[in-house]
Design a protein around this ligand. Sequence first.
Ligand SMILES: NC(=O)c1ccc[n+]([C@@H]2O[C@H](COP(=O)([O-])OP(=O)(O)OC[C@H]3O[C@@H](n4cnc5c(N)ncnc54)[C@H](OP(=O)(O)O)[C@@H]3O)[C@@H](O)[C@H]2O)c1
Length: 243
Amino acid sequence: MNEGKSVLVTGSLRGIGRAISLRLASEGYTVVLNYRSGCEERVEELRNEIESAGGKADVICFDISEREQCQKALEEYLERNPVFWGVVLNAGICRDNILAAMDGDDWDSVLHTNLDGFYNVLRPIILPLCKKRKGRIVALSSVSGVIGNRGQVNYSASKAGIIGAVKALACEVASRHITVNAIAPGIIETDMIEGLPLEEMLKVIPMKRLGRAEEVAALTSFLLSEEAGYITRQVISINGGLD
Ligand SMILES: NC(=O)c1ccc[n+]([C@@H]2O[C@H](COP(=O)([O-])OP(=O)(O)OC[C@H]3O[C@@H](n4cnc5c(N)ncnc54)[C@H](OP(=O)(O)O)[C@@H]3O)[C@@H](O)[C@H]2O)c1
């Protein structure tokens, strides 16, 4: 199943990206693990873990917020390899504060990473993908981008921007049989939510628990599948009822 199909996963080393990478590898995809410079040891550990379990992995180094780095790494990769079947735009950051106290660096870094990353990663890939005339793009948005969240004006703006970008791109590439969807997770148990007032948050989640990265990975896997070929331009929430 899925042999011969590769999927690029940005931010593959931790949290949701790691769970997605392990899940896709277990389903026979070749997972192309994106990591940032300086994380060579960690990416090799993950590659070994995947290969020891009988899966296939490749690695690609770039920072999604650095346009030239993305372009160079992806163009070089695509000269040597067939274009990906799927792209999972997972890497992201948050720098939370109320707007009145938010400094410019926190605004800029979140927008440069989460939103510019969409352009930086997809721009070198989209033409080869269109030429192949099939594929899947899944971008991680957030409940925060759908409904807004106090203390996350920068993050909400970036994740709402992802939704707009997904919806527009879906129209551009639908005729090439490429689907483009966003996943909007609620609160998922990863490093990203460290320090948040979880007791307070659990009160407003109807399911009264946090989400698991593996649950987001299962949804991502479905959206990447052949069976999901008629789902495009959608925002799929996975949030225990938090909306
Ligand atoms: N956790 C949640 O509750 C939640 C809810 C809604 C949406 N999301 C979204 O889901 C995605 C994954 O979140 P997570 O909870 O798994 O976060 P996480 O545990 O903080 O992991 C983020 C991953 O992204 C990578 N990354 C960050 N900036 C990068 C950059 N500039 N270039 C390349 N890689 C970069 C990190 O690499 P390093 O390991 O090198 O730092 C890390 O592997 C994010 O887009 C996030 O906004 C998360």
